[in-house]
Design a protein around this ligand. Structure first.
Ligand code: CDP
Ligand code: CDP
Length: 196
């Protein structure tokens, strides 16, 4: 079975949480595509060379979750050659036997424009910043400023900007518990999944 779930949206909206839960529930593989851009940004040097030479070790670095790594990721993610170098890996992952969930910014619009299920997961900026602050600490106002700056950069770049695919289903998690958000996403997947 080839079956792709595309999950896009801004920072700390709940994409990863929902994607991991869908993968577990339906036995799908999961790829956090943000990790690829975070790893390219963290490697330093020429980002295009870093993207072309990305290794599993780069993805296993333990400093990739920080706010700084997020900012560095969104800067290298605006470079078309960096994005191009990462397309084949993501598309191969999406089309693996058994099905896959990919979360990121351009999965439903560019990487998997024919995905069986497309979700656009979002939440109000203050809520997303509060969630990220709970995870990372620091100054909450600064976290909000950085989250908004990153979203603006992601939405306004020329290549593969962050935006919902026309056929994506919007899930606003602002006022949803994690369980409710997962349940809504799982219902959409269950409705499309071919019978076993
Ligand atoms: O992957 P993305 O950056 O979109 O977000 P995430 O890492 O899945 O979620 C960010 C944080 O928000 C996590 O700590 C989640 O537990 C939390 N969260 C939440 O509080 N309520 C939700 N409905 C979804 C996520
Ligand atoms: O977890 P969070 O939503 O904060 O960020 P992420 O998914 O790890 O993505 C980090 C950055 O990588 C984003 O701000 C984007 O600039 C970039 N990215 C992208 O351009 N395309 C993707 N498919 C995934 C991430």
């Amino acid at each position: 079975m080839i079956f792709t779930v595309a999950v896009d949206g801004p920072a700390a909206a709940g994409k990863g949480t929902i994607s991991k839960a869908l993968a577990r529930r339906f036995g799908l593989a999961h790829l956090d595509t943000g990790l690829l851009y975070r790893a390219v940004g963290a490697r330093g040097g020429d980002p295009v060379a870093a993207a072309r030479g990305l290794t599993p070790d780069d993805l296993a670095r333990d400093d990739l979750r920080s706010l700084e790594a997020g900012q560095a990721a969104s800067r290298v993610a605006a470079i078309p050659e960096v994005r191009a170098a990462l397309i084949a890996f993501q598309q191969d992952f999406a089309r693996r036997e058994g099905g896959a969930v990919l979360d990121g910014r351009d999965i439903g619009t560019v990487i998997c424009s024919k995905a069986e299920v497309k979700l656009f997961v979002t939440a109000r900026p203050e809520i997303r910043a509060h969630r990220r602050w709970l995870e990372l600490g620091g100054d909450e106002a600064q976290v909000l400023t950085e989250v908004i700056a990153r979203d603006e950069r992601d939405m306004n770049r020329a290549d593969a900007p962050l935006k919902p695919a026309p056929d994506a289903v919007l899930i606003d998690t602002s006022d949803l518990t994690i369980e409710a958000a997962i349940a809504r996403a799982a219902d959409l997947v269950a409705a499309r999944l071919p019978p076993a």
